[in-house]
Design a protein around this ligand. Structure first.
Ligand SMILES: *Cc1c(COP(=O)(O)O)cnc(C)c1O
Ligand SMILES: [Zn+2]
Length: 386
């Protein structure tokens, strides 16, 4: 394996690479004003580059997440459903509507449970199976829980999920179907997250929380590898993703940075993170504004996170890529959801449609002529008709 260590994103301490590590023991969940001590997996990039020159980097016999095995913290793939390897679709009508040179949709709705979350779940399953784990847990607005419950069903393992009070019936029904042990919180996602971590620690269950278990974002970063490969290692100008805890876009940023560290690409795309107007803590933090609490509500349930747990990771990648954060209203998201279906043929879930709403807003603020943009359509689960 090419992994060398785990570095804390909060205090910078380097820890040995242990497959059972979670957060930094010195920082833990952080005191007031501090972030959780999320660990970041470090690789030997010069050794990877050498291997790459010898044509060993990519496992061309696979088309899922494990295609990029040397850049993952696992020795060999487990026998799990096919996650990743999703198409990159060209959307010429939307491109000309926005005045872009080209627009592509990274269609993550093609994953086994219709969501990008499966990319993290396969890493969790693989590492846990190597360690003989029988019980998994996660906190989730729905998608991560459904992903975990489905994969646990496939393996015949126990799955404990902690969901917010407002979780939709559609999502709860899927969790029931997959036989998960469902714990509905009396509070929001942030409270469900705390409850999950407490129960997980008490019972010794394996964590599938991307802002706790450091290995899971490694699965999510393969989105960037695929986009790079699908574009012949030509880097797009803009990559747009919805942002909740910050794991997804932070992971994608890391993936693009790794491609350039290994000399496969020449620059980084600008990351554009989108949040809902009603709940936009990372937009404010990015702009250095105080973290007044978000009292509003949004239909963008999959990114309705008031206390984002992987902020440092996302902020680091935004800085590296000269990226930006922006907020859009639910009304803007709703019309973007329709446009995605009508002009790109993609059935995106509400949260994922924020990418198009954000890109439209960005294109109104600055010229995007000559630019190539990617919308990461993170999921396709519909909680209601549109
Ligand atoms: C989880 C999720 C997000 C947000 O990802 P974070 O890692 O929390 O920032 C966006 N879209 C969908 C569909 C999701 O399920
Ligand atoms: Zn630390």
């Amino acid at each position: 394996m090419f992994t060398i260590s785990l570095t804390c994103l909060q205090c910078g301490t380097t820890h040995p690479m242990t497959p059972t590590a979670y957060i930094c023991p010195a920082c833990e969940h952080g005191t007031t004003g501090m972030d959780t001590g999320i660990l970041d997996v470090q690789y030997d990039y010069s050794a990877l580059q050498d291997a790459l020159l010898r044509g060993q980097e990519i496992n061309s016999s696979r088309s899922d997440v494990f295609r990029y095995l040397p850049l993952l913290p696992v020795e060999k793939p487990a026998n799990v459903p096919h996650a990743g390897g999703t198409p990159l679709l060209s959307a010429p009508r939307l491109a000309s509507r926005l005045g872009l040179k080209a627009l592509y949709i990274k269609d993550e709705t093609r994953n086994p449970t219709r969501c990008l979350k499966d990319r993290a779940t396969v890493i969790a399953m693989t590492m846990a199976l190597e360690n003989g784990v029988k019980d998994f847990y996660c906190a989730s607005a729905g998608n991560a829980a459904i992903s975990l419950a489905s994969f646990c069903g496939h393996q015949g393992l126990e799955c404990h999920v902690f969901v917010p009070r407002e979780a939709s019936q559609t999502r709860l029904n899927w969790l029931r179907r997959f036989g998960a042990d469902i714990r509905v919180s009396t509070g929001n996602y942030d409270q469900a997250f705390d409850e999950a971590e407490m129960a997980g620690a008490k019972h010794g269950w394996y964590s599938r929380n991307c802002a706790y278990n450091p290995f899971l974002v490694e699965g999510k970063k393969t989105v960037a590898f695929e986009i790079g490969e699908q574009l012949g290692w030509h880097v797009p100008d803009l990559v747009v993703s919805p942002v909740g805890d910050g794991c997804t876009l932070g992971a994608i940023g890391k993936g693009f940075r790794e491609l350039s560290l290994m000399g496969l690409t020449e620059r980084l795309p600008r990351l554009l993170g989108v949040q809902a107007e009603a709940i936009q803590p990372l937009v404010r933090r990015y702009h250095g504004q105080s973290t007044t609490s978000d009292e509003g509500t949004t239909d963008a349930a999959s990114m309705a996170v008031r206390r984002p747990r992987n902020a440092l990771r996302l902020l680091r990648e935004l800085r590296a890529s000269e990226g930006a954060m922006l907020a859009v209203s639910d009304q803007q998201i709703a019309s973007a959801q329709k446009l995605l279906a009508e002009e790109a043929g993609v059935i995106a879930e509400f949260t994922s449609s924020a990418t198009l709403a954000g890109l439209i807003q960005h294109a109104e603020a600055e010229s995007v002529a000559d630019k190539t943009a990617i919308l990461v359509i993170t999921g396709g689960r519909l909680d209601s008709d549109f």
